[in-house]
Ligand binder design. Structure first.
Ligand code: HEM
Length: 427
């Protein structure tokens, strides 16, 4: 599959994606503080209020905020179709998302139903505006390629995940009984992680890996089949919820299929990276490679789990490796690549031909390497966190310092942008 030509003339103002990206690191710090507030090991039991709160600081406050910010850039520039009414759409997404992402964890950790009942309507508004605007943009998009298909399917998956999440939150807040809470939770997690997050990363990778990492393009056999297959498997996993039947075998089968597909994406991407044209070390490439290795580990562990019934916490560990090892590594790598590019591009587009700082001046690479090593250390201790409270503390400390490092790097890039712009205006 060939990469598309970028529609840079349709790029939104730099403040649009950057407001999302700069808000995200705060939630890593918040997740860390919530984890250390627990009296016992927060990873030792699933679905405790502290774990639900920390999980949503990371998934909703950090990852969803970055993904929704990135989409404000990807749809106009990569897909060639801006979001409708982008000025109002961005505020109707950003503000309720941020307040909902603060209120939901607060509602879980403080056990305050009133906060949960404030959170889910705000999140419903933010996600619905985002979904409708994204679908309108995709419907009008001139491009017809595998990236567009993967993004479209990821939005459909998000719709289902949102519905189940809101139902769960409402039931959590009011105590209202749900027909099948367990299956609804499985649907929520499967469609949020395996649907929205996985499909969006796959679709965007088809463009950014060859473009930024100078690898060959993804093979046609993969781009034509992977996203529809992942989406199909996610839908299959919803059948027990829709038709109320015992699903153990189907769940094991669909989850195994999903992980085989995810694992193949990781293997193909690692193979492409090895064939890249420029062999110099690059922190953003290493973040991406680490993400693919983690996805492969999560896939192998998830496929093995049903055969290891005596070992506890393997499902929690799989979700941790998927979220912290795969998704977070890829998002760090993308941010460290895309933000300096955005600053450089908007200064250049702003008519400044001389004295435009290069990307290494906008975001110095030694800081990225330091963050990469800290992240590797955080992942290493995360492997022991479900069994060892001290490791859970070290994981929290790792997330806290990562939030500070990433926030500092992003604010540094904004400072370079502002100073350079001020210099232009003075001249
Ligand atoms: C509209 C926003 C969301 C709402 C209202 C929401 C609501 C919920 C609720 C109420 C639960 C707990 C259910 C229970 O234990 O009874 C839950 C669990 C979970 N949610 Fe969300 N969620 C949202 C967004 C997300 C996002 C964006 C992700 C990931 C990308 C996510 C991932 C998870 C995971 C992994 C769990 C299981 C946690 C565990 O088992 O400890 N959620 N969600």
């Amino acid at each position: 599959m060939n990469t598309v030509a970028l529609n840079t003339d349709q790029a939104p103002p730099i403040s649009v994606p950057l407001r999302f990206f700069t808000a995200a690191p705060l939630f890593l710090i918040l997740a860390a503080l919530i984890l250390v507030s627990a009296a016992d090991n927060p990873f030792a039991a699933a679905r405790t209020p502290v774990l639900l709160a920390a999980t949503h600081c990371i998934t909703l406050g950090f990852m969803a905020v970055i993904m929704m910010g990135a989409m404000q850039q990807i749809l106009p520039v990569v897909i060639g179709s801006p979001m409708p009414a982008s000025g109002i759409t961005v505020w109707l997404t950003f503000l309720p998302l941020l307040s909902g992402a603060l209120l939901l964890p607060a509602g879980f950790v403080l056990g305050q139903p009133v906060l949960l009942n404030l959170a889910w309507p705000l999140l419903l508004l933010a996600f619905l505006v985002f979904i409708v605007a994204s679908l309108a943009s995709l419907a009008r998009a001139p491009a017809r390629n595998a990236t567009r298909t993967a993004i479209l399917l990821s939005i459909f998956a998000l719709g289902g995940a949102l519905g189940s999440g809101v139902l769960l939150a409402h039931s959590y807040a009011t105590g209202a009984a749900l027909a099948d809470a367990g299956q609804l939770l499985t649907t929520h997690v499967t469609l949020m992680l395996g649907g929205w997050m996985m499909l969006l990363i796959v679709g965007v990778s088809y463009q950014v890996v060859p473009m930024f990492q100078l690898t060959p393009t993804y093979p046609k056999w993969l781009t034509a089949t992977l996203a529809p297959a992942i989406f199909g498997v996610s839908l299959l996993s919803m059948l027990p919820l829709l038709f109320q039947f015992d699903a153990h075998r189907l769940t094991v089968a669909t989850q195994t299929l999903f992980w085989i597909l995810a694992g193949s994406f990781a293997l193909v991407t690692l193979g492409l990276q090895r064939r890249r044209r420029r062999k110099v070390a690059d922190a953003t490439l290493s973040f991406f490679g680490l993400g693919m290795m983690a996805l492969l580990c999560a896939a192998l562990l998830a496929i093995a789990t049903p055969w290891l019934p005596t070992i506890e916490h393997l499902e929690t560990l799989t979700v941790m490796i998927f979220l912290l090892g795969f998704a977070m590594s890829v998002m760090h790598g993308m941010l460290y690549k895309i933000v300096p590019f955005l600053v450089w591009f908007h200064l250049f587009r702003g008519g400044m031909n001389v004295g435009v700082p290069n990307m290494k001046e906008i975001m110095p690479e030694p800081r990225m390497w330091r963050h990469l090593w800290l992240h590797r250390g955080t992942l290493a201790v995360a492997l022991f966190a479900p069994w060892w409270h001290a490791a859970a503390w070290l994981l929290a400390l790792g997330l806290l310092v990562q939030g500070v490092l990433l926030g500092y790097a992003l604010l540094g890039a904004i400072a370079v942008y502002r100073h350079t712009l001020a210099a232009i205006r003075e001249n």
